[in-house]
Design a protein around this ligand. Structure first.
Ligand code: LRH
Ligand code: MN
Length: 436
């Protein structure tokens, strides 16, 4: 999105230019060398750059402040106090990385009285609103009904109705914001065998989501997010892609499955799940993050970069095959417990764009041949060749040409943004556990 004079750039443009100027000679050298290397295997670096430049990933509002675990949260300096501070921080990420103009809100955490004003505020910052997220996994202070034993699948119809009502309110708010999607993740499930009826709870989920689906504007999508466990520790109603797919198919064409990379058992082959959902036209989008054990919500690509690459390999393959209706939404969903959230989100967005660029390098004709001829090793090597290509000059060039920073982290640290906002934002005192 071109920079209009009215949009505030939180980081001084002079500083961005100065930092870039120092790095342009090396970038040009590296870009030319990579261009030669790729030309040697019949790839036009400019074409890859153009395609990768079109990649965007939305930032989660709930990832802008320091995150925590059930044990504790250690807020840092300049914690955002509200959605306005969060948007200001999102503007920093957008200005320097240039592929994160979308922000995904979570209600009621980001609820305001005037959504039209919030939309204007975001527009001033060059931001737009991606999918909105409902929350029926925690109670509102003073609420008469509780989600302790579930929400959309609760045995009490009054609790289910309240949960449906909340989702419809999220849609109404999202419409004013210009969003066109609702993400529904429910933690509903059980922590003891026998506590919940598996078939009836799923039927209640369908009954409730049908009521939400009926409230969807014609141009909206509804993303169903599955998760293996937590907060339920024996069974979760929408625990896996199978349950999510059954529900999405039962609901209708606007219901799609959202894949949060951290919501699977450590050994699960996520890229194959992605291929399955693409194959049946039900892949709605992603919550990118990384994990080693559970839903760790770590920075994307920080633990298993090859797994992230294999997911993007399926996405590029589907795009190449022009799979009908293939238009997944890309969002980050991370919890930053020990890093500056702005730094982690910048690095993660850049990492996801970079991984997409690597997947664009896969020699798909050769791969098809090796697969046909059952040449397993060469098929594997074909993917590895793309993964092992350092595409840094391409994503740096994309940022530079889009008015961003060749090295966002260096510019952010040189800008002293965190110390500056800490001076204007009172020190956060909420040390309690929890992700936000
Ligand atoms: C659940 C989840 C979901 C969000 C929440 C903040 O673990 O991934 O996407 O609602 O995190
Ligand atoms: Mn998620």
């Amino acid at each position: 999105m071109a920079q209009t004079l009215t949009q505030r750039s939180p980081i001084d443009g002079e500083l961005v230019d100065a930092e870039n100027r120092n790095r342009v000679p090396a970038l040009e050298r590296d870009y030319a060398a990579l261009g030669e290397k790729l030309a040697g295997v019949g790839i036009d670096i400019e074409a890859v750059k153009r395609e990768a430049a079109g990649f965007t990933v939305a930032v989660p509002s709930w990832g802008i402040g320091t995150g925590g675990t059930r044990f504790a949260r250690f807020p840092g300096p300049g914690e955002p106090r509200n959605i306005h501070d969060k948007l200001a921080d999102c503007a920093v990420i957008r200005q320097l990385v240039r592929c994160t103009s979308g922000v995904s809100l979570h209600f009621p955490w980001d609820w305001v009285d005037d959504f039209a004003a919030l939309r204007d505020e975001a527009e001033q910052l060059g931001l737009v609103f991606d999918a909105v997220n409902s929350n029926t996994f925690s109670d509102r202070p003073g609420a008469s009904l509780s989600y302790k034993f579930g929400s959309l699948t609760h045995t009490d119809p009054a609790v289910r109705a309240a949960a449906v009502e909340h989702n419809l309110a999220c849609i109404a708010a999202g419409r004013v914001l210009g969003s066109t999607a609702l993400t529904v993740w429910v933690g509903d499930g059980s922590s003891f065998p026998g506590q919940q009826h598996f078939r009836r709870s799923f039927d209640r989920y369908l009954e409730s989501t049908r009521a939400i689906y009926a409230g969807l504007p014609a141009d909206w999508r509804m993303y169903l997010e599955h998760k293996l466990f937590e907060p339920a520790f024996y069974a979760t109603v929408i625990a896996d892609w199978g349950s999510s797919l059954l529900a999405a198919q039962a609901l209708g064409p606007q219901a799609l499955c959202l894949v949060d990379l951290g919501h699977h058992a450590p050994t699960v082959n996520i890229e194959m799940i992605v291929a399955r959902l693409i194959g049946c036209g039900k892949l709605g989008g992603f919550h990118f993050n990384d994990s080693k054990y559970g839903d760790d919500d770590l920075d994307s690509g920080a633990i298993q970069p090859y797994r992230l690459f294999l997911v993007f390999n399926e996405l590029v393959d589907a795009a190449r095959d022009a799979v009908p209706g293939f238009a997944p939404a890309y969002m980050l969903d991370q919890s930053h417990n020990v890093t500056d959230p702005i730094e982690s989100l910048m690095v993660s967005a850049a990492t996801v764009q970079r991984t997409y660029a690597q997947a664009l390098l896969v020699d798909r004709a050769a791969l098809d041949t090796y697969q046909r001829d059952n040449d397993a090793l060469m098929a594997s090597q074909t993917l590895k060749a793309a993964f092992e290509t350092d595409v840094t000059p391409i994503v740096q060039r994309i940022r530079l040409e889009a008015g961003g920073a060749i090295d966002p982290l260096a510019v952010y640290r040189a800008s002293d943004y965190r110390r500056r906002v800490a001076a204007s934002r009172p020190k956060s005192t909420s040390l309690g556990g929890g992700i936000v």
